[in-house]
Design a protein around this ligand. Structure first.
Ligand SMILES: Cc1ncc(COP(=O)(O)O)c(C=O)c1O
Length: 350
């Protein structure tokens, strides 16, 4: 039997009754009539950036809607995925009373954002070399567990989770399932976006920070049913996405071939890097990666981390995370950077 989840019941009561900030201009955005804008105390002399941006980024959403084949009403844009994660926490989790679930080792911002918002975190660790413990996730969820955050491909392990596992969680979890596809472009194929019409309780996050090459402009996307998007619109800062960032995204979307070529190249570099890493004696395990980074187990990750720093190379040391003892997470760089990395390891191996 199909389960129905009422989003209205998941929203925090204070947010449900909240009346969001309304800019006087909102009702005229998108109209063909040219208005004289004397409502927002801006400097009227045109520079291209003297006006506040469209609060709802309608033009950019239309553009993304065509690229992704998702209606604009199902799209929310924010200042990086970080803002989206924080807004989700504010919208759905009652401080001191409700909780989120995470599946460590996982992306650190879910926990940070929960802590900042006074929301408890329950952990259901990955098992069997970084797979979802589906039965335990379902068993541990209660009515107070408002959201589960699942990055796929996962950070820091790099693997995608099977779609069957994700779907089972979506079908059984009592709250919202946030599927964070920050690295989706590096393993194209199945995406949870295809489930948006089917399930009420999913939110898919994607970002312009990784494959799209725009980490510096901070633009993240959330895709969900309209009632979830409307809550996020109500609680966001009025002008959360600045004009320059929006322009950078338009420019990038005009050049999809560049992104495709860069992704192809990075995947080739990744393969080459794996071949070279396999020759290093103190590399103990290289985990399969569907992303633009690799998790590698070393003899002594802190020693290797410090040695790399001495050689001017910074990697990530997630060794304190669950099941990540003695690992480093290494991003795929340019050809030259990857060569420098391998040469550094070879020099330590003498
Ligand atoms: C799984 C995951 N989600 C989100 C992000 C952050 O994305 P953004 O730059 O859009 O805030 C990262 C960055 O490392 C990530 O690994």
């Amino acid at each position: 039997m199909k389960r129905t989840i009422t989003i209205e019941k998941l929203i925090r009561p204070v947010i449900h009754v909240l009346k969001g900030y309304q800019s006087a201009r909102e009702e005229f955005v998108g109209s063909d009539r040219k208005m004289i804008l004397l409502d927002a105390n801006e400097n009227p002399f045109e520079t291209g950036i003297n006006r506040y941006p469209d609060p709802l980024q309608n033009n950019l959403k239309d553009r993304i809607s065509r690229v992704k084949n998702i209606p604009p009403t199902s799209i929310f844009l924010g200042n990086g995925s970080d803002e989206l994660i924080n807004l989700l926490m504010i919208a759905f989790c009652e401080p001191k009373d409700e909780e989120i679930m995470i599946v460590p080792p996982t992306f650190g911002m879910y926990q940070v954002s929960a802590n900042l918002n006074g929301v408890a975190v329950i952990e259901v660790p990955l098992i069997n070399d970084f797979q979802l413990d589906v039965d335990e996730i379902i068993a541990q969820a209660t009515d107070r567990t408002k959201m589960i955050f699942i990055p796929t491909p996962n950070n820091p392990s790099g693997n995608r989770f099977p779609m069957e596992d994700l779907e089972k969680i979506i079908q059984k979890f009592p709250g919202l399932v946030v599927i964070d596809e920050a690295y989706a472009e590096f393993s194209p194929g199945e995406t949870a976006v295809d489930w948006l019409t089917q399930y009420e309780n999913i939110i898919v996050l994607q970002t312009f920070s990784k494959a799209q090459g725009l980490a510096g402009v901070r633009v993240g996307m959330a895709f969900a049913k309209q009632d979830i998007i409307e809550v996020l619109n109500k609680i966001k800062a009025p002008y959360n996405l600045n004009v320059l960032s929006q322009q950078a995204v338009f420019d990038r979307l005009d050049n999809p071939d560049i992104v495709a070529a860069e992704v192809k190249l990075l995947l080739e570099f990744k393969q080459n890097l794996v071949v070279e890493l396999q020759k290093i004696s103190f590399v103990k395990n290289i985990y399969p990666s569907d992303a633009n980074f690799i998790l590698i187990r070393f003899d002594d990750s802190t020693l290797r981390y410090n040695q790399l720093i001495e050689k001017g190379i910074v990697v990530r040391n997630p060794s304190k995370q669950k099941s990540c003892e003695n690992t480093l997470r290494i991003t795929i760089g340019t050809d030259t950077e990857n060569l420098a990395l391998i040469n550094a390891f070879k020099a330590m191996d003498k």
